[in-house]
Structure formats: structure tokens, C-alpha cells
Design a protein around this ligand. Structure first.
Ligand code: DGL
Length: 257
């Protein structure tokens, strides 16, 4: 699996919880983070380079653990590789079901908001619920720096959530894989009455059902999974900041190329 950086660790966490016997390779493209302000062409180029690497390592399925890369590149990847790709889908459907006031907010990157995928999802699931979207430049960088609750991160979270609360949103979709690491801060800023939803667990369920369907799930007696870690930035960044987010030791290698 891969992400523009450390955000995908929030998805890996759910996959390892659900599928503890599947070996995983995690690629943090932190050397090219953020993807949120990049063009579709640039994101496709990164997604292809990383997919080539993962397939050369023998990956049986690739999780695009990044909303921005999913919007920009997953259709291209599916059309050009004979491999199975699982992408992210912001949790609009569950958010709509949870909303009592009929207003939800979606926090996401510029890349995610400028693609058609999210808007199709909103058209399909919003029904009578009002959906307000909010771009959040700067937030992934705070997570990459390991600043999950400092004053600068709090100021950004405030700036991005105030407009949603002013419109009466009672559910907020965390539409980037970096944001679950900011969940305690976001919850503190928006208050306990506002529900926060993300997609990590749903993606893990989807991966499980595809592995079952394709008959490639690790057998029940298999040894506990190994995770191999790669970063396009300094491996020490994934080891140190990533290790803190992951909650355990990480031994990372430089992503070749
Ligand atoms: N993790 C990426 C996502 O889910 C966002 C971070 C970025 O802008 O690179 O969209």
C-alpha cells in the first residue's frame, strides 16, 4: 500500500487489525508530500512508479491509501495494470446516515475536491442532506512533521471547521488518510456533539473480501504478518515520526529510484 506520506498508516492500522496474517509493504511517498496541491498528471506519475515497485516486490493487491491519489490515479492504474487496486472512498454515505440536522461537512485536499469522484459520491448518497466541502491545505504537512496538537495545527483545524459548524454540520467526514491522526484535536475543536467519520475500517473489510474472493488470503495457520517499510524521504522520518503515529518500532528503507 502507499500514501503521499504517513497518512496511510491510519489505513494500515485497520488492515493489520482485520488481517493480521497478511504481509504488507508500506510506501510513504513523503519525499513528494503533499499530493493535495499536485496536478493529476504528477500524482499519476508517482502512483505508477510506486505501483511498479510494489508489483516487483510481489504484491498481490495494492491499496491506494490516499484519497488524493485515488481520485487522481486509481482509474488510470486499473486501466493500465493487470493488478487489483483498492482505493479510498470518503465516508459520505455513513455520514449522511448519521446526520440528524441534515448537514454534513467533508474535509479533504484540493486534489480530492477537484476530481469528479467525490462529487459523484455526493450526488449518489446525499439525498436531502446538505454536504459542505472544505479544502484543508497545510494539514498533511503538520502530520508529516508529527505536530498533531500544537498551536499551528489547532489554528488550521479551527480555520477549516468553523465554516462547517457555522452551517450546522453535525457530522464531519475525514476525507484524507492523514486526518485520523488529528482526530483528538479535531474532536476537541468541534465539540463532542459532532461525529467524525473515516474510511479505514471499510477499506480493510473491502481488502478482506477481495482476498477471499480471489482465493489469495493468507491461510489461518500462517505466521503473524511482517511489514516492510519504505520511504521516498529520509527513512529516519518514517522511523521516527511514522513510528510515533504507528505506536511501535519501524525499520525503514529508502524507496529505490
Ligand atoms: N493522505 C492524502 C489523502 O488521503 C492527503 C495528503 C496530501 O495532500 O498529500 O488525500
Amino acid at each position: 500500500m502507499f500514501d503521499s506520506g504517513l497518512g496511510g498508516l491510519s489505513v494500515l492500522r485497520e488492515i493489520v487489525r482485520r488481517l493480521p496474517r497478511e504481509n504488507c509493504i508500506y510506501v510513504a511517498d513523503s519525499g513528494h508530500c503533499p499530493y493535495g496541491g499536485k496536478s493529476q498528471r504528477e500524482i499519476i506519475a508517482r502512483a505508477c512508479a510506486i505501483s511498479d515497485f510494489l508489483l516487483a516486490q510481489g504484491a498481490k493487491l495494492i491499496v491506494v491509501a490516499c484519497n488524493s491519489a485515488t481520485v487522481a490515479a486509481v482509474e488510470y492504474l486499473r486501466a493500465n495494470y493487470a493488478a487489483t487496486f483498492v482505493g479510498m472512498e470518503p465516508a459520505v454515505k455513513p455520514a449522511v446516515a448519521l446526520s440528524r440536522r441534515g448537514v454534513i461537512g467533508v474535509l479533504a485536499t484540493v486534489a480530492t475536491l477537484s476530481g469528479e469522484k467525490l462529487h459523484r459520491l455526493i450526488d449518489r448518497h446525499a439525498g436531502g442532506v446538505r454536504v459542505i466541502t472544505q479544502a484543508c491545505p497545510g494539514l498533511p504537512e503538520q502530520v508529516e512533521a508529527g505536530d498533531l496538537d500544537g498551536p499551528a495545527t489547532r489554528a488550521l483545524v479551527q480555520r477549516y471547521t468553523v465554516p462547517l459548524l457555522a452551517e450546522g454540520a453535525d457530522v464531519i467526514v475525514l476525507g484524507s488518510t492523514h486526518y485520523p491522526f488529528l482526530r483528538p484535536l479535531i474532536q476537541d475543536v468541534v465539540g463532542a456533539d459532532v461525529r467524525l467519520v473515516d474510511t479505514g475500517e471499510a477499506v480493510a473489510r473491502r481488502v478482506e473480501s477481495i482476498l477471499e474472493r480471489e482465493g489469495v488470503r493468507a491461510p489461518p495457520g500462517a505466521a503473524a504478518a511482517a511489514i516492510r517499510w519504505f520511504s521516498s524521504a529520509a527513512p529516519a522520518h518514517l522511523e521516527q515520526v511514522g513510528g510515533r503515529l504507528w505506536g511501535g518500532p519501524i525499520q525503514a528503507c529508502a524507496l529505490p529510484g
